[in-house]
Write a protein that binds this ligand. Sequence first.
Ligand SMILES: [Fe+2]
Ligand SMILES: [Fe+2]
Length: 285
Amino acid sequence: MTGEQVALAETVRNSGGSGLGRTASVSSAIAAALMTADPQAKVMATRGIARDWRLGRLSFTFARSMPVRPARPAEPVLLPPAQMPRRGKGGSERNRIAMWHSLAHIEYVAIDLALDMAGRFGAAMGEEFVSDFLSVAADEAMHFALLDRKLRLMGSHYGALPAHSGLWETAERTAHDVAARLAIVPMVLEARGLDVTPPMIARVRSQGDENGARILTRILDDEIRHVGFGTKHFVARCRDERISPQKRWKSLLKTYFRGGLKGPFNDSARLAAGLSQDFYAGLAS
Ligand SMILES: [Fe+2]
Ligand SMILES: [Fe+2]
């Protein structure tokens, strides 16, 4: 092991890896992973938590509160969306790197979004909810790792370009309400991924990048499951409260997602995730 790997292993142990034993609290492990800025260390910590939870090594206890904002690495520099450099859709090396970099950033933030979902709302929502969103977090960590490796094969890496600063804002706005968080993060933002990924796969394949197309196909398959978990827990919560899930979702969108939905929609992938058209039909701006 190099010095760096030893340090990494240490971080994983300190943030919920197998060294903590049976009594370690799932919320402490999650909070530690959220406060891990280094991308590789965050990936390892997150996958370690998901594994330890599956193996019963973490207790269902929530004494530790989640940070308002997770730690961020020094790079990428985060810019407001309006200040992000424009990037074309053409197949130039520069455009391609910019595309993979922006996807890597989305997956990096997605790790934190899934960890925060489990750690912030797990106590109220129960063990199945924690299991579902820790498995999402582990998927996001794998997606990030695949994309960072892709960037490295192209001579770049995550952090080399500026990235969008807006992705965590939704989490802050919905930190007080699990229904709002579920309505927006999995059921709007991740669902949008289901719409835009198939044309992206076709474009990448037409540029001769079969490896890139395979990575995106794997991500798409996993994201259907993520939207499915979000929808399942949202619908169950609405049923408990005897509210129509569709009506509740639409009213939460008015409050927390003023941008309006964009089509066209991938109806079949959305339906596979339980997000039927009666949620979103007629809402596209
Ligand atoms: Fe993902
Ligand atoms: Fe996801």
